[in-house]
Design a protein around this ligand. Structure first.
Ligand code: ZN
Length: 406
């Protein structure tokens, strides 16, 4: 099949993007409330638009499993050329305050009215993907199959991705639009654990007989002080985020609970740090004089440690087709796409461990999760250009491979 778009120059691609349509679509999306677990109305809008463009729609049961009102949404386009499918993803939910958003557009910059977030995280990703599909369809541009994934509850622990119907997706790799910088692709993200530690000491009157008590808060604080809290090294962090204990100033506190998290790009380091946390607390307990409580027959102080694996790391090599295709697409647009790593997790972490390798691309979203969040229309346009070009380069690579093999 030959087409005027087989070698679509970047200048032509720019002309095909309808800025006003992109802007209107983004404004419509952010004005639909979709705080995590309440994504139904946004999902309905996307479904309608995708059906109009000819997609096959799948909605999964993630909503039922997490107590939300919507599942994840998968929209599959067959394409008009033979190529392995490509995946693009954005999440439908937002953080709070994310209800009754009144966007203000001034000189190409979107902001909220200052009372809520804007919701560019991640409605900008959704708007960009929709504009890209519209361009492909209305110009009949040759492209292979495209699978779009719109997840729920990303912001509350990647819950949608954790319950995604992966067999609805046949793509081996793809791109998630959920980050700031449009000239960066995130190919590495950390693994993380959460810990909850409860120390049980013994209560006593703090003024009259403190020697009969075992101060759980004191033990915990010595253990915390012995840990490398903060940035442990260039790829590892540790945080103690919550501490709860004690009942009154005149009572030696019996129990204290500490909660925290650790992350590292290096799974071995995370393992080592997790062991260090456990060892530090346990040895602090061992160094205390022991006391058997007659009523409970418990040996005090006592400790309970719970470690939860939060998410696994992502690692995508620079020579992976996903990275090479995206970089080639950027260079066709006279741009440079740099690989980088992230300190946080996204749906990419969960996808990666379900065999769906995903790089994370930026849309220009700035100051996310705050009421000063903003985004430039120009950055969204740049992202539409990039992902459309990725689809074109991907097809071209496929055709070249096939030619080489004959
Ligand atoms: Zn996001």
């Amino acid at each position: 099949m030959s087409s005027q778009y087989e070698q679509l120059p970047s200048a032509d691609l720019k002309k095909l993007i309808q800025k006003d349509r992109l802007s209107a679509c983004f404004l419509e999306l952010i004005q639909i409330d979709s705080v995590s677990k309440n994504e139904k109305n946004v999902s309905r809008l996307i479904q309608r638009l995708m059906k109009e463009l000819g997609a096959e729609i799948i909605t999964d049961t993630a909503g039922d499993m997490i107590g939300g009102n919507s599942g994840n949404l998968i929209a599959r386009f067959k394409g008009n050329m033979l190529a392995p499918p490509l995946m693009f993803c954005a999440h439908m939910d937002t953080v709070q305050p994310g209800e009754n958003i009144h966007p203000i557009l001034k000189n190409g910059l979107f902001k909220s009215d200052g009372r809520t977030i804007l919701g560019g995280d991640d409605k900008s990703g959704i708007a960009v993907i929709i504009e890209c599909m519209r361009i492909l369809k209305e110009n009949n541009i040759p492209h292979g199959p495209v699978e779009l994934v719109f997840t729920v509850a990303e912001e509350i622990g990647l819950l949608g991705a954790k319950h995604l119907q992966y067999d609805g997706i046949t793509a081996g790799f793809g791109y998630i639009l959920d980050m700031k910088d449009p000239d960066i692709i995130i190919t590495r993200a950390p693994s993380a654990i959460r810990f909850t530690i409860t120390i049980t000491g013994k209560d006593a009157h703090a003024g009259m007989e403190p020697e009969k008590g075992i101060n759980s808060i004191h033990i915990a604080s010595k253990a915390i002080a012995a840990l490398p809290v903060g940035r442990v090294d260039h790829e590892t962090t540790l945080n103690v985020g919550l501490i709860q204990g004690g009942v009154a100033t005149n009572i030696v506190p019996r129990t204290v609970t500490i909660e925290g998290e650790a992350r590292s790009l290096d799974a071995t380091k995370l393992k080592g740090l997790t062991k260090q946390i456990i060892d530090t607390f346990e040895s602090m307990i061992h160094s205390c004089p022991k006391f058997e409580e007659p009523e409970t027959a418990r040996i005090l102080p006592d400790i309970q440690i719970k470690i939860d694996e939060d998410f696994h790391s992502t690692f995508i090599a620079d020579d992976h087709p996903l990275v090479k295709t995206a970089r080639e697409a950027a260079s066709r647009l006279n741009r440079t796409l740099k690989t980088s790593h992230s300190g946080g997790a996204s749906d990419a972490n969960i996808f990666f461990h379900n065999g769906l390798v995903s790089g994370v691309l930026g849309t220009g979203m700035t100051d996310i999760h705050t009421v000063t969040e903003s985004i430039h229309l120009d950055d969204m346009i740049k992202t539409v250009e990039l992902i459309t070009m990725i689809i074109l380069v991907h097809l071209e690579n496929q055709q070249n491979d096939r030619r080489d093999n004959h």
